[in-house]
Design a binder for this molecule. Structure first.
Ligand code: NAD
Length: 428
């Protein structure tokens, strides 16, 4: 992968951090590289449907509050739409459009028969009671229920949503449709049709592609130093799995602060500390570090596992990792991407690095439809096969086109979705 053709950004300028425009810019670059015809470009760069909602909820104190919600379906050429639901005070319609777009490419990269979707509600779930959260979720599920369904659009958890939220959505959908529909969401509790291995799937998939990248670059995973931003589902389980593989986790942050220990953090003890205090901050035996500084530590592997726009023109020159594995969606801006690529840092893009989650969601959906459930070993073995093959496909495409890994991933994905669209034809 030569870097000759990539312009190096000059001194830091103000970047466009709008996630949807970033998603379109990434797409445009790949579409141009693979010579996609202009008409298809227009079809594939826009969401097919975008629903904006007002969600009235009766609060525990008797007052009424109206929350803003979204569901966006980007593309369904390769199968039903698929994508998580995010509850966050800063979530925007454009962010959800971007996340839906990235889901389309992600499903195509791992070659599972889904298109892309995403949902969100502007709220801080930590400030809602359990009952308020349930009422908000059920109202949202009701409002999106004409669009979703096991063969139409299948939501899943994302930031600040979990198996309980999925159970409420499944129940609301089932009650209003008059039949039990476990296949309408994934990431459910096990006893309601969830899959073994789904909770760990995003991090496990990330581990498989990190392993493949280490082989290509010549890094030994045993003893490799790792820094992780975010200690939720993706980040905390990645820390656990990587330390079980013998890697040394030297720094971790969450929304309350960060910690570091160059000798390596004990992840089992850190998980117990977080369970007690709700944060990694003040972990005994560690030094405090800011979340921003975690990104700039000298280490072999950096895993952004929190939110978008963390590696930008402002800090890309200071990233010292050899591999950046994007467990989060959209952590690196396009300009920062160029800086990292020109500096020889391999970025395993989000659409590949965190695709383990949607892959095991696909397994969950298949098990629900068949009403036949698999052993965890079986889930993990199939996941490894898919992730390794996807890494090889992306790496090969990047090499053939002489581009960075993200553009390689996009070219692979765009070609698959474009082929499906061409063969199906544009209706009517
Ligand atoms: P989560 O809600 O379980 O965890 C989010 C974590 O990020 C928390 O530890 C939170 O404290 C931390 N965080 C928030 N702001 C931060 C900041 N400024 N600095 C450091 N940490 C911060 O969410 P998750 O499911 O782990 O998702 C994290 C990322 O992974 C998101 O981008 C999500 O879209 C992506 N992702 C998740 C899955 C999945 O299956 N969970 C699948 C694919 C992609």
């Amino acid at each position: 992968m030569s870097t000759a053709q990539l312009p190096v950004p000059a001194t830091p300028v103000k970047e466009d951090l709008n996630s949807f425009r970033i998603a379109m810019r990434q797409f445009d670059y790949a579409a141009e590289k693979c010579g996609l015809e202009p008409g298809l470009c227009e079809v594939l760069r826009r969401p097919r449907r975008a629903l904006s909602l007002s969600l009235p909820v009766k609060m525990d104190d008797g007052t009424i509050r109206v929350f803003e919600g979204f569901r966006v379906q980007h593309n369904s050429a390769r199968g039903p739409c698929k994508g998580g639901i995010r509850y966050h005070p800063n979530v925007t319609f454009d962010e959800v459009k971007a996340l839906a777009t990235w889901m389309t490419w992600k499903c195509a990269i791992v070659n599972i028969p889904f298109g892309g979707a995403k949902g969100g509600i502007v709220c801080d779930p930590h400030k809602l009671s359990h009952n308020e959260l349930e009422r908000l979720t059920r109202r949202y599920a009701y409002e999106i229920s004409p669009l979703i369904g096991p063969d139409k659009d299948i939501p899943a958890p994302d930031v600040y949503t979990d198996a309980q939220v999925m159970a409420w959505i499944m129940d609301t959908y089932s009650m209003t449709h008059g039949s039990n529909a476990p296949g309408v969401v994934t990431g459910k509790p096990l006893f309601l049709g969830g899959s073994l291995g789904r909770n760990e799937a995003t991090a496990r998939g990330c581990l498989f592609v990190i392993r493949a990248a280490c082989e290509v670059i010549g890094i030994k995973l045993v003893g490799a130093t790792v820094a992780i931003q975010g200690f939720g589902n993706a980040g905390s389980i990645a820390a656990q799995l990587l330390s079980q593989e013998g890697a040394k986790i030297i720094a971790i942050s969450d929304s309350h602060g960060g910690i570091m220990n160059m000798e390596g953090l004990n992840i089992a003890e850190l998980l117990a500390h977080k369970a007690k205090t709700s944060s990694v901050a003040d972990f005994p035996g560690s030094k405090p570090i800011t979340s921003e500084a975690v990104l700039e530590l000298q280490c072999e592997i950096l895993i952004p596992a929190a939110l978008e726009n963390q590696i930008t023109l402002q800090n890309a020159e200071r990233v010292q990792a050899r591999i950046v594995a994007e467990a989060a969606n959209g952590p690196t801006t396009p300009d920062a991407d160029l800086v990292l690529h020109n500096r020889g840092i391999m970025v395993i893009p989000d659409v590949l690095a965190n695709a383990g989650g949607v892959t095991v969601s696909y397994f969950e959906w298949v098990q629900d439809l068949q009403e036949l459930f698999w052993e965890e070993d079986d889930v993990n073995r199939r996941l490894e096969k898919i992730m390794t093959k996807a890494f090889e496909g992306v790496f090969r495409t990047a090499t053939i086109y002489d581009v960075d890994m993200r553009t390689g991933a996009y070219i692979l994905a765009v070609d698959r979705v474009a082929t499906a669209t061409r063969v199906r034809g544009i209706w009517p």
